[in-house]
Write a protein that binds this ligand. Sequence first.
Ligand code: NZQ
Ligand code: ZN
Length: 390
Amino acid sequence: MNNFVFYSPTEFVFGKDTEMQVGALAGKYGARKVMIVYGGGSVLRSGLLDRVKQSLQKAGIRYCEMGGVQPNPVDTKVYEGIEICRREQADLLLPVGGGSVIDTAKAIAAGVPYEGDFWDFFIGKAKVTEALKVAVVLTIPAAGSEGSGNSVITKVDTLQKLSLRVPELLRPVFSIMNPELTYTLPPFQTACGIADMMVHIMERYFTNTQDVEISDCLCEGTLTAIIKEAYRIKQNPGDYGARANIMWCGTIAHNGTCGVGCEEDWASHFLEHEVSAIYNVTHGAGLSVIVPAWMTFMAGHNPKKIARFANRVFGVPESEDLEEMALAGVSRLKHFFRFIGLPVNFKELGIENPDIDRLADSLHRNKGEFVGNYVKLTKQDSKEIYRLAL
Ligand code: NZQ
Ligand code: ZN
């Protein structure tokens, strides 16, 4: 097991009606004026935004707001938000939504106290040394941004989708998680969220680090729970228990718990970020296409952990032929993704002829000569994985 620092100070407030506590919690964390950030309108239609505002008013906390954040959030919305936040002198960012809204709020939180261009942080030109506080009301279990210190933003001009990681400053101070808020999710978004949280675990699980049995078992157990609860949600989207378990799995998957002591991989995410940057597909659906292709590549290059995954998560019988075991696991994973309504190749994703050279060039321009750790991918390897996803 590698040395590690695990620091995850977010206060999670979980359960029915918890959004009514947002005013009191914002007060507890010293907010005087919050900036509410939201997306394309689901929180207006559900009445959630009104309830959040009522709770803030009751606690005597003023607010301003910015709506209209789109999935695969872009830099232009961050610039707009920084301007509003400075003008209104808000001191706490309050995203009400999913990863796109939360990540936009985090980028605004880092950008407000900084004199330069916030994009400097994403391209490594500057370090975040201070940020406004961020607190979350979560509406979709998926990206795990409610418990992570990351923000992922796309630059419109260059179509670069890059992630910034500053856990000590950008982890939310509190996150409100009411599983009932997820009943209104379209089944496709529920499924995309499930794929995303599974892959957040797999990026940590597929490691060469030895003696990480505790992390391995946490990963296998959480993956098994996600699959079980996904079947229950598919049968009954209004099943509170299943929605609650999936919501908490999404947080566990990405707040660091599952990866302590491991060298993590993240190649599948980086391969996918190029796809969603260029073709604007939903991140989870991009992952359900890329990950089976990545695993198929790994079955031929480093099958050990893929074979263990096949056995522990999907019940593939143990065998001496690890490659065969690994491929059987890939096949069961694809079957599961299809069952919950996700694509498993580019065509099903709606991309008939992906520009593989462009995807791989952009990936290695953004991430360097080698990508990932489980097997360090060269540009040729990346192209092969994209081809395996055709
Ligand atoms: O915009 P609205 O109208 O709210 O609709 C959203 C959006 O269309 C809808 N939605 C959310 N909650 C809903 C709802 N519809 C009905 N009822 C509800 N309760 O769902 C759609 C997707 O929302 P989005 O915020 O984009 O989803 P998600 O949480 O999957 O976030 C995806 C973004 O997060 C990034 C992804 O790359 C992508 O840009 N990621 C962020 C990470 C992080 N910060 O740690 C890690 C992840 O790996 C990921 O890369
Ligand atoms: Zn993800």
